[in-house]
Design a protein around this ligand. Sequence first.
Ligand SMILES: NC(=O)c1ccc[n+]([C@@H]2O[C@H](COP(=O)([O-])OP(=O)(O)OC[C@H]3O[C@@H](n4cnc5c(N)ncnc54)[C@H](OP(=O)(O)O)[C@@H]3O)[C@@H](O)[C@H]2O)c1
Length: 322
Amino acid sequence: MFAVTAARIDADDPLSGLELGERPDPAATDGWVTVRVKAAALNHHDVWTLRGVGMSADRLPIVLGCDAAGLDPDGREVIVHAVIGDPDAGGGDETLDPRRSLLSELHDGTFAEQVSVPRRNLVPKPAALSFEEAACLPTAYLTAYRMLFDKSGVEPGATILVQGASGGVATALILLGRAAGYRMWATSRSEAKRERAVKLGADQAFAAGTRLPERVDVVMETVGQATWAHSMRSLRPGGRIVICGATSGDVSPAELARIFFTQLSIAGSTMGTRDQLGRLARFCEQTGVRPVIDRVLPLENARDGFAAMIAGDLFGKVVFRC
Ligand SMILES: NC(=O)c1ccc[n+]([C@@H]2O[C@H](COP(=O)([O-])OP(=O)(O)OC[C@H]3O[C@@H](n4cnc5c(N)ncnc54)[C@H](OP(=O)(O)O)[C@@H]3O)[C@@H](O)[C@H]2O)c1
């Protein structure tokens, strides 16, 4: 089958380790099913893998990709949950299984004509969503869903700041948060991206680092070092940062005095459960929310999508059609 593979690690030139070509079809394993992939979405995770973050050379080559929508062996339309884990080992939550992994970390991922996953990792795809839209849900949208509805601890009507408005997770936060009745504020380094964030449903968008008109209840962080100090300063006393990523680096002063003196909380968030993915799909069906897709490319042109993500030249998701 045709597949997009991480063949080598290069922290400075991640594209040099990307290979496109033939790979063996997935082997049949007990309890696992093979999905015919119709669409797969790119995440920053795929770039991290090529840079060697969370990946070691002895696990290569490996097919990249966490997200997919496609057809199961009986021809049913399905969304693939990317977390390979045992809910029992995580106290009912597979993301808390100490041995959990994401597709493309230990097992071949979704940037291929076929992907094999445990049967429990399949969620029905609502007919209202296209394969391209459904393929965006398992990582960026599921992460945003959990950050908003599981980790934020605030009710609709609260004000939530999203740092870095244009990314996959960030656009998902704006869309889902707005649909659920939160007042969504956003920052971006680019004026054009700030305008798009407002069109998407953000109540207001600000240049990165700007003093806000008032302090917010929650900040959603995916950027890390470049925005952390601003996130800390922007919170009301008792507020909370929910963080799922640190694209610009993770070495920021913790500002311990500010944390205890203004009684802030910091909550880490990673992916979501299979059941949350099912509810997210229904949330999209019921609210009419559809993922923001920057571009759809044939899988053969995957390199162009990776290059755009590395350059930060995106607003929303890159989807590969398989
Ligand atoms: N824990 C999890 O389960 C989980 C799940 C999904 C993603 N993540 C992580 O979350 C992060 C975002 O993922 P994504 O797929 O949404 O990535 P992406 O689409 O490439 O988004 C990158 C974002 O970073 C922002 N950014 C702001 N300042 C930056 C700077 N100085 N350098 C680089 N970027 C800057 C961009 O904002 P502007 O250009 O608008 O300023 C943009 O919103 C990644 O680190 C990813 O690994 C974690």
